[in-house]
Design a protein around this ligand. Sequence first.
Ligand code: PMP
Ligand code: GLN
Length: 389
Amino acid sequence: MKLESKLPEVGTTIFTVMSQLANEHKAINLGQGFPDFNPDPKLLAFVAQAMADGHNQYPPMPGVAPLLNAVAAKVQALYDMAYAPQTEITITSGATEALMATIMAFVKPGDEVIVIAPFYDLYLPAIKLAGGTPVIVPMRPPTINDPSYRMDWQRVRDAIGRKTRLLMLNFPHNPTGLVLNDDDLDTLETIVHGTGIMLLSDEAYEHIIFDGKKHQSLARRKSLAAHSIVISSFGKTYHTTGWKIGYCCAPKAITAEIRKVHQFMVFTVSSPMQHALAHYMQDPEPYLSLSAFYQKKRDRLHAGLLTTRFRPLPSQGTFFLLADYRRISDLPEAEFARWLTVEHGVTVIPVSAFYRDPNHPDSNHQLARFCFAKQDDTLDAAVAKLAAI
Ligand code: PMP
Ligand code: GLN
């Protein structure tokens, strides 16, 4: 039998590849984005309690009521948007499933989906599986004088056409750390006004934003929220990436379509974890203090990298920062990341992996992504190795 792949160009994700390489070479893994520390013991105790309380069978398909209510209350408190818990919020198997279910629910063959590059690696395969066509709009890459990625909203405007179904956004942005300001939302409103396109807003890092900035969720603007799907991930917020739980909020009619896919993709999500998260969310402090917690780690890694030949770029949010390595090597990014792991015992992610063609010169800017969701000792040990280069 001849197998015909639906995704012939897709290999194993860069995050798995680099973590395997880190394990093989016993390197310090600042690649794949996950904390190397445990969640709050209180949250773990709530899981044990939920299991002992008998929450061990199928929960309702869209999520358990206490968690749906807790998410609704949080979004209302932070973004002043009232989603109806029973009809407008769905608990998903990570942000991943929310993204895939949304794309499967709405993208048809012939539809175009606008994606901003660099982009999270799931986006293109998901669009392709749905039969859609990605239209890629690059951010302006960093320059010597302006060492940050920048959004080019005019190019987004120019990319919208008759066939555009969806515009995908991800702020705080993985991997660049870029965040939206209030005037970006103004611009977005004018760009999409009257176009009829939907907005898929991947806000997995909504609670990790630095220097006193406020997260500009699309849920903040009624005119945007009316045709948006807003997605988040408990994995990032509560140091539980391995639990794979997230959620999406969208108006009732949109949610109904997403749930049609969700119910046949996973049906529902781990019951004791949902109850534990609902319990834990009653206290807003853990998510309200998360930015300050990670800002210290960002600052620690940034300061550490300044003692090396890397040049760290500003990071406004997420638990990632980019650093320029042109003073160390002229290898393309994927080769550099491999070399750094094998020869120097520190693993990073090549930013080129967030582009359609990682080998193309336009995808290579001599940048590496570092994850700082790590214990201070881990960050210090990595910096010591990097300083020796
Ligand atoms: N979107 C982005 C931008 C991410 O970085 C990630 C994971 N790190 C996800 C989605 C997936 O989140 P989850 O692990 O909750 O599925
Ligand atoms: N989103 C995480 C990252 O950017 C990884 C998630 C995964 O490994 N699939 O590193």
